[in-house]
Design a protein around this ligand. Structure first.
Ligand SMILES: *Cc1c(COP(=O)(O)O)cnc(C)c1O
Length: 431
């Protein structure tokens, strides 16, 4: 069995095979779970070479381990990237990406329609470190142009925004990034590489919360960053890559890595932020995510098929005032979804219950099959009423300004039988 000998393997094949063809030492066919904190050096010279990045290898599990490496290789292969780094959570992946590009005085232009934690990080935390984030409109890439200046070091978008489900015109953002010589960073959690591969559309860095559809069973937290290897970090405005790095014995990451230079972004993230801030992923969780990846294609097919059926069912229901699903012909994002998401528009559906905030809460209480949790991307169907939970501190006016109406229900459609999903929604809407 040698996966590397296959010519042009398909997505489903890569998801099952990339990064591991069997364990050389034991013959184990499954990916071994390596629960070791540290790894033996063969000699003093070997140790020295590993620390100097002169040869690849394992040192200490905070920086990586063999189970994690399979996950990273497989995700890089699925995204068409050059290298990847897995970390403790999606949130951690976003933070390390930001501080692996920006330092004090730098700026980022981001979509305003973001995952809640990301919005708080950008709006409140990064500014405390001297990094300013300016917010543009995802539906209008030109609004980003107005916010770009000589201090801008990155553009940031989500493939499908949370919770309003707008679809980003990635190629338009990639064009802007190219024009201004700044990297385009894309959070692709809601789409996974099965539905969309942002690097093929010009993105430079792709981020996932592995916690969601990639893990797929609501059992582990993790995140990953994939680098396309195509961005020119030699541009002197990227100080972290062109000046001697105090975090790694004076190395200039864009210049001093020899034939590893195309991997500068991920190598720096591993050796500077991850090594010294410590947000590492556990080998156990890497193993779980690899297990999830093997069935990602099958699950995404069912998630999207069920979500489209739910959206159509809700559209015609008398107790529903509006529905959003980018894969439904009537949807405002349908044109972009047909271009960027030909395999389906993902597993999320949002809709409004007639009767406002109270009706929304009552609906949630009546659900039997759906779990009421603050998560998405589980094999199980999930529901939440943002106005009374995740966004309960906001007034109705502030909610509307953020694209969240008081009656909005957010559904993450699972892979159960569609009849059971529809019946549960129907009985909860009726009461
Ligand atoms: C969940 C999520 C995150 C954060 O990931 P965690 O693994 O929970 O830290 C970031 N972005 C999006 C789009 C998400 O859905």
């Amino acid at each position: 069995m040698n996966f590397k000998k296959l010519e042009n393997p398909g997505f489903e094949t890569i998801a099952v095979h990339a990064g591991h063809s069997g364990d050389k030492e034991t013959g184990a066919r499954g990916v071994p779970l390596h629960r070791s904190t540290a790894y033996l050096f063969n000699s003093a010279e070997h140790a020295q070479n590993l620390f100097a990045l002169k040869e690849p290898g394992n040192i200490y599990t905070r920086m990586g381990n063999p189970t994690q490496e399979v996950l990273e290789d497989r995700m890089a292969a699925l995204e068409g990237g050059a290298a990847a780094l897995a970390v403790a959570s999606g949130t951690n992946a976003i933070f390390y990406t930001m501080i692996n590009i920006c330092s004090m005085g730098d700026e980022v232009v981001s979509s305003s329609n973001l995952y809640g934690g990301t919005y708080t990080m950008f709006d409140d935390l990064l500014p405390k470190f001297g990094i300013t984030v300016r917010f543009g409109d995802t539906n209008n890439p030109e609004s980003f142009r107005k916010l770009i200046n000589e201090k801008t070091r990155a553009l940031y978008i989500e493939t499908i925004g949370n919770p309003s489900l707008d679809v980003a015109d990635i190629e338009a953002f990639a064009k802007l990034a190219k024009e201004y010589e700044i990297p385009l960073v894309v959070d692709s959690t809601f789409t996974t590489p099965y539905l969309l591969r942002p690097i093929e559309m010009g993105a430079h860095i792709v981020i996932h919360s592995l916690t969601k559809w990639i893990g797929g069973h609501g059992t582990a937290i993790g995140g990953i960053v994939i680098d396309s290897g195509t961005f020119n970090w030699k541009n002197p405005k990227f100080k972290l890559y062109n000046e001697a790095d105090g975090g790694y014995h004076g190395l200039r990451f864009a210049h001093d890595l020899g034939n590893l230079n195309p991997l500068a972004f991920i190598l720096r993230m591993r050796t500077v932020p991850l090594r010294n801030l410590g947000g590492c992923i556990s080998p156990d969780n890497c193993w779980m995510f690899l297990q999830g990846l093997e069935t990602l294609a099958l699950r995404m097919e069912r998630h999207t098929e069920n979500a489209l059926a739910v959206a159509k069912f809700l559209k015609n229901h008398p107790a529903v005032s509006w529905v959003r699903y980018p894969g439904m012909e009537e949807d405002a994002a349908y044109k972009k979804a047909s271009k960027y998401l030909p395999r389906g528009a993902g597993g999320m559906v949002v809709f409004g219950v007639k009767g406002g905030r109270e009706a929304g809460q009552r609906f949630i209480d009546k659900l039997q099959l759906f779990s009421h949790v603050a998560n998405v991307g589980d094999a199980k169907s999930l529901a939440i009423h943002p106005a009374s939970t995740t966004h309960s501190q906001m007034t109705d006016e502030a909610l509307c300004a953020g694209g969240i109406s008081p009656e909005m229900i957010r559904l993450s459609i699972g892979i159960e039988s569609i009849e059971d999903i529809r019946n549960d929604l129907n009985q909860a809407l009726k009461s």
